[in-house]
Design a protein around this ligand. Structure first.
Ligand code: NAD
Length: 419
C-alpha cells in the first residue's frame, strides 16, 4: 500500500478512532463523542463492544454510563472490533510490566500495527498509554511511518505522531479528561502543534508542548515521585516497628516542621500506575535509578511485613478469627487491581491456623473463596484480631475504644487520626 492508495480520512464516517476502551479510552471516547466528534472505539473484547453498543459500560466510573448512553443513542459513538479510517487515532491500550519488572509493550505494538492498514494521509496518531522514554520514536514510529510496502511516511508532513500521556484520576476521569493540564510531545514540532490543536479543541487545562521523550519521562516521573515519597513513609513505619515507636506520632510531630511533609505509610502501594510506572524509568536507566528501584522494593515488601505481624498475633491464640477491613487499593473505590490489601487477605486466607472475615463495603461478593464478606459490626463482634487495610469512609468513625477487646493491626493509621 502506498500513500496515494490509502483511504482519505475525510471520506470516513469517523473523526476519531480510539484503541482500547478501558478506564482511559472509554471516558475519552465518550467525552469526544458528546462534543461533536464521530468516534469509533476499538477493543479486542467482544463483550466490551456489545456492552458499549447497547449503551452500557463495563467499568466503574461516576457519570460515565449516562455519557456513553447519550453518545451511542446519538450515533456519535460506536464500538468496533478493528480500527477504521479516521483523522485522529488515540492509542489507549494497557502497558503492564512483566514478572521481572520489564515494560510489556506488546499491546502498544499490536495497536500500532492494527492502524497501519487504515491510516490515511495527514492522520494524527496519539499514544496516550504510559510508556518508557523512546517508545513513540523507536517502537511506534517505525511501524506507523515505516516501510509501508516500501514507501515510508514522513512524520510532520504525511503523518503526525505524538505522545500525550493520560494523567486522570480514577473516580474523577470525566472531569479530569477535560480539566487537567496536558503534555503533548510530538515526534517533530509540526506533530506537536497538530496534537496540541486536537486537545485544545476540548481540553480546558493548559496544553504544554514538549518533545515525545520529555512527555514520556515526565508522566513516569510524576508517579515515581509519589511512589518514592510513600516508600519513605513506609520505611519510617518499618523503623518504628523495629524500635517499638509509634510511626503516626513521629510523622505528626515531624510534619510540624515548616518544610517537612511526610506522607502516610500503608500496607503497600497498589493500583496499576504508581506500582508499575517507576519500573519503566528503571528499565530505561537501570544504572541510574537506585532510589526509584529501592522505593519500589520498600513498597512491595510492605504486605509481607503486615502478614508477618498478623501471624505473630494469631500465633498467640487457637484458630483466631481475623477481620480484614478493606480490600481495595485505596480508600473509597472498588478497584482491586494490584491491591496490597487483597494480597494480604489472600495470604491470610491460605493460612490454616486462622479464620478470615472480610469487610469491603464496595463489594457484594467475596473475591476470596472460603473468606466470607460480612458487615463491619458483625466482623468486629466476631473477630479476635482486626487488620485495618484501607481507610474507607465507612470505617472512619472507628475509635480505639471500639476495639478494646481486640488485637489490632492498623496499617493506615485509621485509629490515630490526629496525623
Ligand atoms: N486507568 C487510569 O487511571 C490511568 C491513568 C493514567 C494513565 N493510564 C494508562 O493508560 C493506559 C490504558 O490504561 P487503562 O487503565 O485504560 O487500561 P484498561 O486495561 O482499563 O483498558 C485497556 C483496554 O485496551 C484493550 N486492548 C488491548 N489491546 C488492544 C488493541 N490492540 N486494540 C484495541 N484494544 C485493545 C483491552 O481489551 C482493554 O479493554 C495504560 O498505559 C495506563 O498505564 C491509566
Amino acid at each position: 500500500m502506498t500513500l496515494s492508495t490509502l483511504p482519505a480520512p475525510e471520506t470516513s464516517p469517523f473523526d476519531v478512532c480510539v484503541l482500547g476502551l478501558g478506564y482511559v479510552g472509554l471516558p475519552t471516547a465518550a467525552v469526544l463523542a458528546t462534543r461533536g466528534q464521530r468516534v469509533a472505539g476499538v477493543d479486542l473484547r467482544r463483550d466490551i463492544l456489545d456492552t458499549i453498543n447497547a449503551g452500557r459500560i463495563h467499568i466503574v466510573e461516576p457519570e460515565l454510563d449516562a455519557l456513553v448512553r447519550a453518545a451511542v443513542a446519538a450515533g456519535t459513538l460506536r464500538a468496533v472490533p478493528a480500527p477504521v479510517p479516521a483523522r485522529t487515532y488515540l492509542i489507549c491500550v494497557p502497558t503492564p510490566i512483566t514478572a521481572d519488572h520489564r515494560p510489556d509493550l506488546s499491546f502498544v505494538e499490536a495497536a500500532a500495527r492494527a492502524i497501519v492498514p487504515v491510516l490515511g494521509p495527514g492522520a494524527l496518531v496519539v499514544l496516550e498509554s504510559t510508556v518508557p522514554p523512546g517508545t513513540l520514536r523507536d517502537l511506534v514510529a517505525p511501524i506507523v511511518c515505516g516501510n509501508l510496502q516500501g514507501g515510508g511516511l514522513v512524520p510532520g508532513r504525511d503523518i503526525f505522531l505524538a505522545h500525550a500521556p493520560e494523567r486522570v484520576l480514577p473516580g474523577a476521569v470525566l472531569r479530569e479528561v477535560v480539566e487537567n493540564e496536558r503534555l503533548v510531545g510530538g515526534l517533530t514540532d509540526a506533530c506537536t502543534a497538530r496534537c496540541a490543536e486536537f486537545y485544545e479543541a476540548f481540553a480546558r487545562g493548559q496544553v504544554h508542548r514538549c518533545s515525545a521523550e520529555v512527555a514520556e519521562l515526565t508522566k513516569l516521573a510524576e508517579n515515581a515521585f509519589r511512589d518514592t515519597n510513600v516508600a519513605f513513609a513506609n520505611e519510617l513505619a518499618n523503623v518504628c516497628a523495629h524500635l517499638g515507636l509509634d510511626v503516626w506520632e513521629v510523622i505528626r510531630l515531624a510534619n510540624r516542621h515548616p518544610r517537612v511533609q511526610i506522607l502516610r505509610p500503608g500496607p503497600g502501594v497498589g493500583g496499576h500506575c504508581i506500582a508499575v510506572d517507576p519500573w519503566f524509568i528503571a528499565a530505561s536507566a537501570p544504572q541510574h535509578t537506585a532510589l526509584i528501584q529501592a522505593a519500589r522494593r520498600v513498597n512491595d515488601e510492605r504486605p509481607a511485613r503486615v502478614i508477618a505481624q498478623v501471624r505473630a498475633l494469631a500465633a498467640r491464640l487457637r484458630k483466631p478469627k481475623v477481620a480484614c477491613l478493606g480490600l481495595a487499593y485505596k480508600p473509597d473505590i472498588d478497584d482491586l487491581r494490584e491491591s496490597p490489601a487483597l494480597h494480604i487477605a489472600r495470604a491470610l486466607a491460605a493460612d490454616p491456623d486462622l479464620e478470615l472475615l472480610l469487610v469491603e463495603p464496595h463489594l457484594h461478593t467475596s473475591p476470596i473463596a472460603g473468606a466470607p464478606l460480612v458487615p463491619l459490626a458483625e466482623a468486629l463482634a466476631a473477630a479476635d484480631i482486626v487488620v485495618v487495610l484501607v481507610a474507607h469512609r465507612q470505617f472512619r468513625h472507628l475509635r480505639p475504644d471500639h476495639l478494646l477487646r481486640l488485637m489490632v493491626v492498623d496499617t493506615v493509621g485509621l485509629l490515630n487520626q490526629r496525623t
